[in-house]
Write a protein that binds this ligand. Sequence first.
Ligand SMILES: C[S@@+](CC[C@H](N)C(=O)[O-])C[C@H]1O[C@@H](n2cnc3c(N)ncnc32)[C@H](O)[C@@H]1O
Length: 285
Amino acid sequence: MGLSMTDKVSVEDHYGRADLLGRLLARLAEHGIAETTAARADFSVIDQMHLRGHLGTEDVIAALALAPGMRVLDLGAGLGGPARVLADVHGVHVTALDLTSEFCAVSRAINARLGLDDRVTVVEGDATATGLPAGSFDRVVTIHACMNIPDKAAVYREAFRALKPGGLFCFYDAALGPAGEPYYPVPWAGRPAISHLIRPEAMAAAAEEAGFQTLELRDLTEETKAWSAERRAEATRREAAGEPPPLQSGDILMGDTGPEKMRNMGRNLAEGRVSVALGLFKKPE
Ligand SMILES: C[S@@+](CC[C@H](N)C(=O)[O-])C[C@H]1O[C@@H](n2cnc3c(N)ncnc32)[C@H](O)[C@@H]1O
């Protein structure tokens, strides 16, 4: 059935930003990375929109047992950072689907600049009703998108439908922690109404209901706390040394409330209000 127009507008309203590409390129330029020579790795500092950045992407990729030429579907692909790593480093073809028009436009523009547009196809659409052909992908991933999606079971059913028999599905997501509701705002939601967290075990149960066999459910909360602490320590060290802040795009992507969102994220992790989980599932042969 897919999302209502209200849900789509709420998600786009949360994520959409005016002149996003121009501002991201300007941020790279401030750090000495020229627009004309920026490589994929330069963009990867600002286009991995999930906890633990490229470390999280590497965990997902390591779980996927990829082979060159595979077809991979990324549900909620954002600016396309993980999709570009998959295509560029692992030689797969990626369909990068996202609900937010502006993210799709920026993702296409970055792909074209990097010459990856023949290996990453960007599709504007809803992860709960993609309209993509059944049985056409070897792997399906979703990274930090389901926090905004109330009907996670519908995403998992779409992943199951889109996969070939024997194909793998991996989610890497923020989930509800054992201590209950998070403090808001958080990076994925300015207010509770567009945040839909459930416990990791409930996510795995919904994937099994969609027909998947669970291969792994990994808790990455401690790794995320360590990553978060390292980022804070590095920012403090630079400030004390009079150095410029590290290259990041949090303020551009999260707006004026970015620092508050990140502070709340730290509190939520520390108090057990948010967990971080990776789930790996197989569609039976
Ligand atoms: C935090 S970003 C993560 C983007 C990307 N996966 C990454 O890790 O860099 C969440 C993304 O989910 C997308 N999203 C939310 N609900 C969606 C839906 N129902 N269908 C497709 N995309 C959705 C948002 O537009 C946003 O780009």
